[in-house]
Design a protein. Sequence first.
Length: 417
Amino acid sequence: MNDPLSLFPPGTRLAPDGQIVLGGCLVEELADQYGTPALLVDEGALRMRARRYREGLSARWPDSRVAFASKAFPCTAVYRLLVEEGLGVDVASGGELTLALAAGADPADIVMHGNAKTEEELLLAVDAGVGLIVIDNFDDIDRLERLVPAGGVQGVLVRFTPGIQPDTHAAVSTGQAGSKFGLLEPEARQAIARLRGSDRLRLDGVHVHVGSQIMDTKPFLQAVEAVADLGEFAVYDLGGGLGARYTYTDVPPSIDDYLDTLVTAARQLLPATARLLIEPGRSMVAETGVSLYRVVTVKHGTPTFVAVDGGMGDNLEVSLYGQRFEATVATRVGAGDPCILVGRHCESGDTLSTHVPLADPQPGDLIAVPATGAYTYSLSNNYNGARRPPVVFCRDGRSRAVVRRETYADLMRRDLP
């Protein structure tokens, strides 16, 4: 279970000299070409996961669609790739909507979320022809009824908060009573009744999402049971939330187990004529990404600190959620003494991984951190004037940058005299 390569994208291997080969590309060559830190994405692995989701859901429930929860990796190239694979897109802001449209997403296959959607964002969605807007509160209804032009009709879903609290970090739990998202049952029923009387908003159905990084299927079953009690609708959006494998001890349900749970419950509880939507995010992209760093300095002692040229500027998940990541020297994989892998930012909390075995780390060595495809790009920042890293797609021995590294000029681009 403690094989570092088991956490990397499928097909990752070691070259004869011991260095990692990702998507057919040698990590030393990638570091030389693109620099470090860099976020590497195995394009083939990402396409494979998209197909497993799309084909798995359609085989079980033909009238269905997978919409990528794009907050996990809102990069134009990622949107484009997943659209090419037949997925729709879930957006949660005007920015994500703009990126999705630029990538070629069909507006009719876009679902727009948000607990505090501004009038500007709603107008952008209506004008673009977004297929479904998720009603999170009564103000959404008020605004949309003003913004949808006379004679126009906008499809909407009501987000239902079912009072389910899965075993996950509080910051990514969204279905419990007291959540800022959605409407509890009495308010959800009020919204449904009001929308059924609207001449500009078409109630297509309901939406439920109970959280992220969920490591068992029970909460998903409970969510279907809860949403079924609201009545019969044309569309049921069952959200996302399936966990990803970050560490050696993580054992998330497989995509097949997850889909079996949802569809078995849907067959028992939902109308056979309904359309099912799901919105995977983290579980779509996390395990397809690898962060590559270079060691800057090593402080030997108890503990031994290994400091790299990135950190909380490109991976904020450790600081925000306490997420555990594993790591390895990219040219001497596995084994070694426990170290604390830290970043270069001026915070004691700038830690990438604790007690992680690294084989004789030295300044100049490359460090690979697997399972960083979700939320690292989304949450990247300019703390200490850090320049956000490039995103590099790797496939069949070829690589290409799809997002360039920021420059110092970029840091000043929005400054005014």
